[in-house]
Design a protein around this ligand. Structure first.
Ligand code: DGT
Ligand code: CA
Ligand code: CA
Ligand code: ZN
Length: 578
């Protein structure tokens, strides 16, 4: 996946990640802390929904946790000159196409360095050639299994290479829409395509406008500063590249045809094919201008998308489920449920603080949650096994519990004392039950041993009476790691039986549980929590994505536990089975 993004934050984050990778490949002595510093700063920048440029203007950059003076200088350099000199020098030795290969899970910096120096591996193609030729087997640490894993990783990388994560471009698209809306003559605006369907990765961005004077609207749009290149420009459509290479298609149609165009360009292609077939069976034909009578050509509907579905004898189908996976049949029988909405959400149950690897204090996270209008949040820091994330030991836990008690008195929101406890290899948990029972909220997650079937491991964790939910069940990382093997039917069965909730983790790379499994789990009788797994007070907005994702899995308000009011949630958190 190329994590290209419009926001400067994203671009700089990417550069910092690359710098960390290069330092690792170089293997310089004492590089460890520099590597961590760059990685850390990249993570913080990615979650920052304000442009760093604005923070510089306000003189507030050093207030960002994790950004010290040296890194701040590099950020200023980028904003001022459009590049970072130290990075440019590094890239001459290690090109971007080489660094992209590090997204392959089984290929760390050391192995990559070896392949680069021995065989001149520099990109996807050269890596694939070497891996398939059998040459690599002569190198130490390149066993047949490793090579197979690398080839598998290569496939994943190829499939997502030209796509960007929804969560990474989400703020930018909102910003573009706001600004296009202000152009004189714009009457209606919607984003269409995979973005409107809230697919977890996006190829290009399709924006649809209804307006009177297209040439004037286009000329204002083409003056937007982030537009780097105009790919194509006609009377009704303009395709441009923005900043680091993401494509935006802006289409302008008559207000009369807006509904038909929106339906057409929202897709998915499969959904549209099925819709067209249905229309034909009714003696109608549909295109981006209208739904019309096949014989007479008489226009039946064109202005409103809702009315198009109506005219086809269908319930309105929300964009998130337009995937030709049964939505049309359901709509014919009036069986599309009322999908969950953000306004149904009452709190966020998976949040980290600086007690573990979060960047903000509990109080700062609480203030952010109050601003979202929540009734409750759970502060779920890591358990000790996750040493990279500074998991909490006993003394810290007591301190944290006391702090939460005090904050609960101070703020008008229920703060739950929680943990994200590691599921160990054998399915036992990283805290003993005497500790677990003190928490208000326990999420159990896997953070290591991804290359094995984890069905038994997770099932066992779900049997623990103190576990409320399983975090990021499949462990996938979009663009770099697929789910480990799981017997999903079995896992869902155990979850339903033990009343263990399944998390829908809204971190952009995770989006875990994946939508197809959300739907299957619901059919198996499971309940869910939607949460942001925030490590930073500015990332609570990710809940919007989590909710969209739940919609893609056909969930309703009653499927999701954190739609409950505090008094109802409270009774669910008790350990009935004891
Ligand atoms: P993406 O950009 O790869 O993430 O995916 P989409 O779904 O945004 O696809 P895109 O940008 O190629 O086209 C936007 C929508 O326009 C697509 O979902 C359905 C519609 N569309 C585009 N080309 C065709 C076509 O040849 N036939 C039909 N029926 N619909 C099309
Ligand atoms: Ca698209
Ligand atoms: Ca497109
Ligand atoms: Zn977490």
């Amino acid at each position: 996946m190329s994590y290209y993004n419009f926001m400067k934050n994203e671009v700089i984050a990417k550069i910092f990640e690359n710098m960390a990778a290069i330092l690792e490949i170089e293997g310089a002595p004492n590089a460890y802390f520099r590597v961590r510093a760059y990685q850390n700063a990249a993570q913080v920048l990615k979650e920052l929904p304000i442009d760093v440029e604005e923070l510089i203007l306000r003189g507030e950059m050093l207030k960002i946790p994790g950004i010290g003076e040296i890194l701040a200088q590099k950020i200023r350099e980028y904003i001022k000159t459009g590049k970072i000199e130290a990075y440019e020098i590094m890239l001459k030795m290690y090109p971007q196409s080489l660094l992209d290969l590090l997204k392959i899970q089984s290929l760390g910096p050391k192995k990559l360095k070896l392949l680069h120096e021995t065989f001149g591996v520099k990109d996807l193609n050269s890596l694939e050639k070497v891996m398939k030729s059998g040459q690599a087997e002569m190198l130490p640490k390149f066993k047949a299994k490793t090579i197979a894993n690398i080839l598998h990783g290569l496939d994943i990388l190829k499939n997502t290479q030209d796509r960007v994560l929804l969560g990474f471009i989400y703020p930018k698209v909102q910003d573009l829409l706001t600004r296009i809306k202000k152009i004189p003559g714009v009457k209606k605006i919607e984003v269409a395509g995979s973005f409107r369907r809230r697919q977890e990765t996006i190829g290009d961005i399709d924006i649809l406008v209804a307006g009177k004077n297209p040439s004037q609207i286009f000329s204002s749009f083409l003056k937007f500063p982030e537009i780097k290149r105009v790919l194509a420009h006609g009377e009704t459509k303009s395709s441009v590249l923005i900043d680091e290479g993401r494509q935006v298609d802006l289409r302008i149609v008559n207000e009369e045809n807006f509904g038909a165009a929106l339906q057409y360009f929202t897709g998915s292609k499969k959904h549209n094919i099925a819709i067209r077939k249905l229309a034909n069976n009714l003696g109608l034909t549909i295109n981006e201008y209208a739904l019309s009578d096949i014989k007479t050509g008489e226009v039946k509907v064109s202005k409103s998308e809702e009315k198009i579905y109506q005219a086809l004898g269908l319930q309105y189908i929300p964009p998130e489920i337009r995937n030709d996976t049964g939505e049309i049949e359901a709509a014919q029988q009036n069986k599309i449920p009322k999908l969950i909405e953000f306004s149904d959400i009452k709190g966020d149950l998976h949040i980290h603080s600086n007690y573990s690897d979060g960047k903000n204090s509990i109080e700062q996270m609480v203030v952010a949650a109050i601003a979202k209008g929540y009734e409750y949040i759970a502060i779920t820091d890591h358990s000790p096994r996750l040493t990279v994330a500074h998991g909490l030991h006993l003394e810290d836990l007591q301190k944290k519990q006391a702090e939460i008690l005090a904050l609960n008195k101070k703020f008008p929101i229920k703060i739950l004392y929680g943990t994200e406890v590691d599921i160990l290899e054998d399915g036992s948990l990283d805290y003993p039950n005497e500790i677990l029972k003190n928490f208000d909220m326990v999420i159990a997650s896997i953070h290591y041993k991804f290359n094995q079937d984890n069905t038994e491991r997770i099932s066992k964790a779900m049997q623990n009476p103190f576990v409320h939910a399983i975090g990021h069940l499949t462990g996938r990382m979009i663009g770099s790691r697929d789910s480990y093997p799981l017997d999903f039917d079995k896992v869902f069965q155990v979850a339903a039986k033990t009343q263990t909730w399944l998390e829908i983790n809204a971190q952009p790379e995770r989006m875990d549980l994946p939508d197809i499994y959300i739907r299957r789990a619901k059919e198996a009788g499971c309940k869910f929590i939607i949460d942001t797994d925030s490590h930073f007070n500015k990332s609570l907005w990710l809940m919007d994505l989590g909710v969209s994702y739940a919609r893609r899995g056909w969930l309703t308000e009653s499927d999701v536990i954190n739609t409950l009011k505090w008094k109802d949630l409270k009774s669910k958190l008790k350990y009935d089975s004891l």
